[in-house]
Ligand binder design. Structure first.
Ligand code: C2E
Ligand code: MG
Ligand code: MG
Ligand code: MG
Length: 278
């Protein structure tokens, strides 16, 4: 009996592993044609200033409408795209498309707010990345000050010298730089001060736990103080309740982003939010 149980368990694990491999293969296959078939779209999530209550920025978030798989969330395909290297061309499309869209809104007379684009490690590390950014700005006609690049903490902590050099080049081009998901990537505090950062985004896991106990609140308060002493504006991610907003505003957080204000929305809806709250 024990033997049978063991075999069943083995079968269970095997089929689960198979399912995972199948899903990966499926995604990898479909990703190959996704760009030419124009299956990607950008959604936008607004960022709100804690003092004025106005929309002061939009984050571009990638969505994949795959005819057979449905709407595939980034967490299911960004990793695969990173591993296969396809993220480089996908990232280039995101960069250009985000710049193009925001420039189009500006040209239509909508409030001028910057757009934030997520950059993956592999994309950032390719040699032509800075030129790619400048190319997207040039092709779209967007002023550099309206583009923000979100780099993750883990990206920044590998090959610090190289990362600092690339970031300085980007700053010279006039774009803004953010550290995304702050608090999840084992930042070395002695390195942090070397990065030319404009924004620090507190990861939403800290915002979620912030009001549950005293340490949760203290951690967020220290992140705000730390970020300010580095000269950054602080953005809290994943703000879902008025209580969370209240605490963050009291502690001096500058901007919030989260379902409380808006989920990520398609272009037409983003335009409405911008018109109403920009
Ligand atoms: P991220 O850059 O930290 O983006 C924030 C994520 O949190 C988004 O998930 C957003 O929908 C979600 N979010 C925002 N407010 C709330 C909230 O109040 N509650 C909760 N529970 N979630 C909230 P999304 O769009 O699924 O993206 C997930 C991650 O995928 C992003 O995390 C980013 O790391 C990556 N990603 C998205 N678009 C791109 C892209 O164009 N390029 C690259 N390289 N990565 C991307
Ligand atoms: Mg982000
Ligand atoms: Mg984030
Ligand atoms: Mg995140």
């Amino acid at each position: 009996r024990a033997k049978d149980g063991g075999r069943n368990q083995l079968q269970f694990y095997t089929s689960e592993m198979n399912a995972r491999v199948t899903e990966r293969t499926l995604i990898e296959g479909h990703l190959r044609n996704a760009l030419v078939r124009q299956e990607f779209v950008l959604y936008f999530q607004p960022r709100i200033d804690c003092v004025s209550g106005r929309v002061v920025g939009l984050e571009a978030l990638l969505r994949w409408r795959q005819p057979e798989l449905g709407l595939v969330p980034p967490d299911r395909f960004i990793g695969v795209a990173e591993e296969t290297g396809r993220i480089v061309e996908i990232g280039e499309w995101v960069l250009y498309e985000a710049c193009r869209q925001v420039k189009a809104w500006q040209d239509a007379g909508l409030p001028r707010v910057p757009v934030a684009v997520n950059v993956s490690a592999r994309q950032f590390r390719q040699s032509g990345f800075v030129q790619e950014v400048n190319g997207a700005l040039l092709a779209s006609g967007l002023e550099p000050a309206y583009l923000e690049l979100e780099l993750t903490e883990s990206l920044m902590m590998q090959n610090v010298e190289g990362v600092v050099a690339a970031m300085c080049e980007l700053k010279e081009s006039g774009v803004r730089l953010s550290i995304d998901d702050f608090g999840t990537g084992y930042s070395s505090l002695s390195y942090l001060r070397r990065f030319p950062l404009d924004y620090l985004k507190i990861d939403r896991s800290f915002v979620r736990d912030m009001l549950h106990d005293a340490p949760g609140g203290a951690i967020v308060r220290s992140m705000i103080t730390l970020g300010h002493s580095l000269g950054c504006r602080i953005i809290a991610e994943g703000v879902e309740t008025p209580d969370q907003l209240g605490y963050l505003a009291r502690e001096g957080c500058d901007e919030i982003q989260g379902f409380l204000c808006s989920r990520p929305v398609p272009v037409e809806m983003a335009q409405v939010l911008l018109t109403a709250g920009g």
